[in-house]
Design a protein around this ligand. Structure first.
Ligand SMILES: Nc1nc2c(ncn2[C@@H]2O[C@H](COP(=O)(O)OP(=O)(O)OP(=O)(O)O)[C@@H](O)[C@H]2O)c(=O)[nH]1
Ligand SMILES: C=C(OP(=O)(O)O)C(=O)O
Length: 218
């Protein structure tokens, strides 16, 4: 079963504030773009991924990522589909979902974070296979956040990203995917997370920002 993925991004200058200081301040936006580029390169090379829709706070600021085979749209400005008090991140996911669903009401929609620079296509494929059409999620390596949420075919994504989202997604009926999937669990929020993915092996864009030799793709 093929999946259409929504990936949200702030302006790279504004995003990943907890990661600030990991590289020289002037290079922070380039590092954020590199994390996303490695994530998206793995995603677009994975089997069973039909479309990848990047919902950007500022499409021009992430335009170079289109080369990787993703579609880029702007997040809604008036946030009319946001629920009161809710993170704008979830509104961005729902905006992408609505666009994909308009093209195919029966689509399987997924939500993926853009900060998985060690992602291996095989880990994503394994998660899709294990989900087998169920509403499902992958928790981050700390077990509190979510890196991937999958809707059941034709069913709402109902994203509940934010603090403690793993628990919120489980409470919403999503199955926690149980495999190891280290590259899919290793999101980068802090300098410590960056050290962790360096040890796992990052893709070529992040490696270039860190002055390293990239890991072999897999
Ligand atoms: N389009 C869009 N993307 C968002 C929004 N909020 C967060 N994101 C993106 O969603 C992903 C996950 O968000 P976080 O990991 O919390 O990232 P962040 O907000 O950049 O990080 P911190 O500033 O450290 O909290 C990142 O790729 C963000 O750029 C939003 O309001 N709109
Ligand atoms: C918003 C989330 O991401 P992060 O852990 O990257 O802040 C989340 O996991 O729900």
């Amino acid at each position: 079963m093929d999946v259409d993925l929504v990936v949200p991004m702030k302006h790279p200058r504004d995003g990943k504030s907890r990661l600030r200081g990991a590289v020289d301040g002037a290079r922070h936006p380039a590092l954020v773009l590199a994390l996303a580029a490695d994530t998206l390169a793995a995603v677009t090379s994975a089997g069973h991924v039909r479309r990848v829709l990047l919902v950007a706070a500022d499409p021009d600021s992430v335009r170079e990522l289109a080369e990787l085979g993703v579609e880029i749209v702007a997040e809604p400005v008036n946030r009319k589909n946001a629920k009161p008090g809710e993170q704008s991140l979830n509104a961005a996911f729902r905006h992408g979902e609505a666009l994909l669903r308009a093209d195919d009401p029966h689509a399987v929609i997924g939500a993926l974070q853009a900060d998985l620079p060690a992602l291996r296509a095989g880990d994503l494929a394994a998660a899709l296979a294990e989900a087998a059409g169920r509403r499902a999620f992958v928790a981050d390596r700390q077990g509190t956040g979510t890196t991937l949420l999958l809707a059941a075919p034709g069913q709402p994504l109902d994203p509940r990203f934010g603090l403690g989202s793993a628990r919120a997604h489980a409470a919403s009926g999503a199955v926690a995917l149980g495999q190891e999937l280290p590259s899919l669990r290793s999101d980068v929020d802090t300098p410590e997370d960056l050290e962790h993915v360096r040890a796992l092996g990052v893709g070529k864009h992040t490696a270039a920002q860190l002055g390293e030799t990239p890991a072999a793709p897999g």
